[in-house]
Write a protein that binds this ligand. Structure first.
Ligand code: HAM
Length: 425
């Protein structure tokens, strides 16, 4: 019988889980200092939630199925649409803005490779009902601060504005679905395909040239002056540019000055309307994008009122790859308790329970191994101390404590042992 894991999924063992929990803890703390609170939504949703406005690529990658009641359901490929749904169902009347964060697995049927999985985790947030560009600047500041808190070096924050590109397509009277397709091709970064598509949809030579020039524009905030010059009389795009300038100014007040203006950012999801951003760790290669986000109006798309929202999600697995944390030397337990004779098993149990009650992680020799083998097991577990219960010592009100790191041994009064060990763990 073949019982291997499904393609594109992973098992996480102890050390990896310890590291993931540590990173999760830092992210939780940072998000909470910005006033976000955690929510959880179902792993599966109605399929239509994702087909309304999620972008061709994501829709093609959706795991979907019909349940026994004939409902069309999908494993969530991302969490922004579920959070917008939750807001519509539960929170429309609550005072805004509402700041929510989440950590959960997502599913996309794509070709697995390093950093690209079929089940992966997102740690993200949505700020519903904020005002641009102040809310956007705060969201970008949270993303950047989280990475600093994690001690990650060498990441690049790239910020773009879809309004600038869409302003040009709008002026050419390109219908919004076709615009989404064009944005999808820009997101893929395939220049040839883009040129072919722009030719096909009859964009004027002037606009085509302008688009190509803009998506190649990257640099510090000063490139916005060049953009203004390129844009000439494209008034809708100029409005978006003005918003971008305000964002730049606001980011400075948040202490975020290290980023790239990159108008080539189009994002692979169709719901974005304004500022968009991505964070890259170039040394990860093809899957260097560890974070994506931006401003959107999904609530309106779902039939609610117009509520501007901004959010982002870290690709948690890629973030772990970028952090490259050590998986060796894991301490499975602080203390390993070994009864020397069968007659001392009850006392060994009592000691183990006392240590646990004092908050010290403790494990007991439950396989009946003799001392030498039991000590070798304690060593494999990375235990800091082994406690040995010998008949004679117990009668004298004592126990032997072996320091596994220093390879030394001492006899301690039984009633002081727990406190002493606790102080040293
Ligand atoms: P996204 O860029 O599609 O955006 O995904 C967010 C992050 O998830 C990516 O930057 C990437 O790091 C990670 N990711 C995506 N697909 C995979 C995969 N197959 N394997 C491993 N990691 C992956 C969103 O999903 C938006 N909902 C983000 C957002 C929140 N926008 C506004 N609010």
């Amino acid at each position: 019988m073949d019982i291997s894991r499904p393609r594109g999924t992973r098992d996480f063992l102890f050390a990896e889980m310890r590291n993931r929990k540590e990173v999760e803890g830092v992210l939780r703390r940072t998000f909470e200092t910005y006033g976000y609170h955690e929510i959880k939504t179902p792993i599966f949703e109605e399929l239509k939630l994702f087909t309304v406005k999620s972008g061709e690529e994501v829709v093609n990658q959706i795991y979907h199925f019909t349940d026994k009641g004939g409902r069309e359901l999908a494993l969530r490929p991302e969490l922004t649409a579920p959070v917008a749904r939750l807001y519509m169902n539960e929170m429309q009347k609550k005072p805004k803005p509402i700041k929510m964060y989440y950590f959960g697995s997502c599913f996309r049927y794509e070709r697995p490779q390093a950093g690209r999985f079929r089940q992966f985790w997102q740690f993200g947030c949505e700020l519903i009902g904020g005002r641009s560009p102040l809310a956007e600047a705060e969201v970008i500041s949270l993303a950047s601060e989280s990475l600093h808190e994690l001690g990650l070096d060498g990441f690049e924050v790239h910020i773009g504005h879809l309004g600038i590109l869409r302003g040009i397509l709008g002026r050419e009277e390109i219908p919004s679905e076709l615009q989404d397709r064009i944005m999808g091709v820009i997101d893929k970064g395939d220049v040839e395909e883009l040129e072919a598509l722009l030719g096909e949809v009859e964009v004027s030579g002037e606009s085509r040239e302008l688009l190509m020039k803009l998506i190649g524009t990257q640099g510090g905030p000063e490139v916005l002056d060049d953009v203004e010059e390129y844009l000439g009389g494209y008034s809708e795009s100029l409005e978006a540019l003005e918003e971008f300038r305000e964002l730049v100014e606001t980011l400075h007040y948040f202490g975020v000055d290290d980023y790239h203006v990159n108008l080539g950012i189009a994002r692979g999801l169709d719901y974005y309307t304004g500022i968009v951003f991505e964070i890259y760790v170039p040394e990860l290669g093809a899957q260097k994008q560890i974070c994506g986000g931006g401003t959107y109006n999904l609530v309106e798309t779902f039939g609610g009122e117009r509520v501007e929202s901004t959010g982002f999600a870290f690709g948690f697995d890629r973030l772990m790859n970028a952090l490259g944390m050590d998986e060796e030397n894991m301490r499975m337990v602080d203390v390993f308790v070994i009864p020397i004779q069968d007659s001392t098993v009850p006392e060994a149990i009592r000691i183990t329970q006392e240590l646990r009650a004092a908050g010290v992680s403790a494990d007991l020799e439950v396989s009946g191994r003799k001392l030498r083998k039991a000590l070798s097991h304690a060593d494999n577990l990375g235990a800091r101390f082994a406690v040995l219960t010998g008949e004679r010592e117990i009668q004298d009100g004592k126990v032997t404590v072996k320091d596994m790191e220093r390879n030394s041994q001492e006899t301690l009064p039984r009633d002081e042992m727990v406190d002493k060990i606790k102080g040293r763990c």
